[in-house]
Design a binder for this molecule. Structure first.
Ligand code: ATP
Length: 363
């Protein structure tokens, strides 16, 4: 049996509680089959926490998340939160920054049987820097990276550091070594010569140390065109925070739907499963959200934990979830409306649980 794991489960807002419950059910089922000794600490964040204790991200949640072996974060409606001074903290940004979850791995791949809108099969990962860039809540030690010297003038600070650029590139190269061996750095150094220039200086230095990995560079605007034209050209895309956020939504939608888009935020000591999409208020409470995104993210978290602990049971559990997702998504009758089906979230989840087949341990 795997030495027990405890996961913090933070359901969030909008469709968050629905897809978090689905993810918990799948994790509990796979834990039973793989003898994982899994426990959950479910904690309120977002608008529910604001009502209960005056903050969308109570400090006790951070403490609990830090103590747990991993975090599963549901999407949050941070656009609806009040100002920070009135308790409106973005749980996603807080966790990424304060647990130093610097690498956001965002896979985008087509699934057998689901016709991708782009008409081509592909499998890529966007490796997005997560702790700086154009994110007002992340880039400053003190204060906010967005400010207004006068009512008619707004400024934003974008932070790019050698340290963060180097470590995210190293993460991208390590990932490429385990995949098809290609990294594409995405930038706008033709205009942002100093900041994206520094980012590129770092990616080139890491590339020079890894001649076995193919390396190329694209300017962000051209990259959007190239991605739409032929996503199969790319393996690992390494980029700064906001370019990565935008490119990964584009890539996921090209693959089929944001509802399929898993992601993992990881650092040296902590990792957090989080769907790529937001809280989808337009479909919240209807029981039709596609939980594949968060279920797939949870599989990534188990794999990360397995690699860290050298625990084959966790890797097999992750593979079982991913295989069940592929199998259920291949059946049109099991699909949720975002990918052309009529199934509800609960039917989809039940089918994934029924499809969990765990490989025996390797001897
Ligand atoms: P944010 O700004 O936090 O990224 P948003 O409100 O801009 O969020 P999303 O919440 O990601 O955007 O929703 C974008 C679209 O994708 C919506 O039409 C939403 O219904 C759809 N969508 C997102 N997630 C899912 C899902 N899991 N299942 C089905 N549809 C989804």
């Amino acid at each position: 049996m795997t030495a027990g794991i405890t996961l913090a489960l933070l359901p969030g807002d909008g469709i968050g509680p629905e897809i978090s419950a689905a993810t918990r059910a799948v994790l509990e089922a796979v834990a039973t089959r793989c003898d994982l000794g899994l426990e959950f600490r479910e904690l309120e964040i977002g608008l529910a926490a604001l009502e209960q204790c005056g903050s969308t991200f109570p400090e006790a949640v951070l403490d609990a998340a830090r103590e747990c072996d991993g975090i599963v974060l549901g999407p949050v409606s941070h656009n609806d939160y009040p100002a920070r001074e009135r308790g409106g903290l973005n749980p996603s940004g807080e966790l990424r920054k304060r647990l130093d979850l610097y690498a956001n791995l965002r896979p985008a791949r087509t699934f057998p049987g689901i016709d991708p809108p782009c008409g081509k099969e592909f499998d890529l990962v966007v490796v997005r820097e997560n702790t700086e860039g154009f994110y007002a809540d992340r880039s400053m030690h003190l204060g906010n990276g967005e400010f207004m010297p006068t009512p008619d003038l707004a400024l934003a600070v974008r932070k790019i550091s050698r340290h963060a650029s180097t470590r995210i590139t190293e993460r991208a190269f390590a990932l490429a070594a385990a995949r098809r061996g290609k990294v594409t750095a995405v930038h706008k150094a033709n205009v942002l010569r100093v900041s994206d220039g520094l980012f590129l200086e770092c990616t080139r230095a890491v590339a020079a140390a890894h001649p076995e990995i193919e390396y190329d560079e694209r300017i962000i605007d051209a990259m959007c065109a190239h991605l739409v034209r032929d996503p199969a050209e790319f393996d690992v895309i390494c980029t700064t925070n906001m370019y990565g956020d935008i490119l990964s939504d584009l890539a996921s939608e090209l693959a089929g739907s944001l509802g399929l888009a898993a992601s993992l935020n990881s650092g040296a000591d902590h990792a957090m499963a989080q769907a790529q999409h937001g809280s989808a208020p337009d479909i919240a409470g209807q029981g039709i959200a596609n939980p594949a995104s968060l279920i797939g993210s949870a599989a990534m978290l188990l794999r990360w934990l397995g690699e860290r602990r050298g625990d084959d049971g966790l890797a097999r559990a992750a593979s079982a979830i991913e295989a069940a997702l592929r199998q259920v998504l291949a059946e049109p009758a099991r699909r949720t409306p975002d990918i052309g089906g009529t199934a509800g979230s609960a039917d989809f989840t039940d089918a994934v649980i029924a499809g969990l087949a765990v490989d025996p341990p390797q001897t």
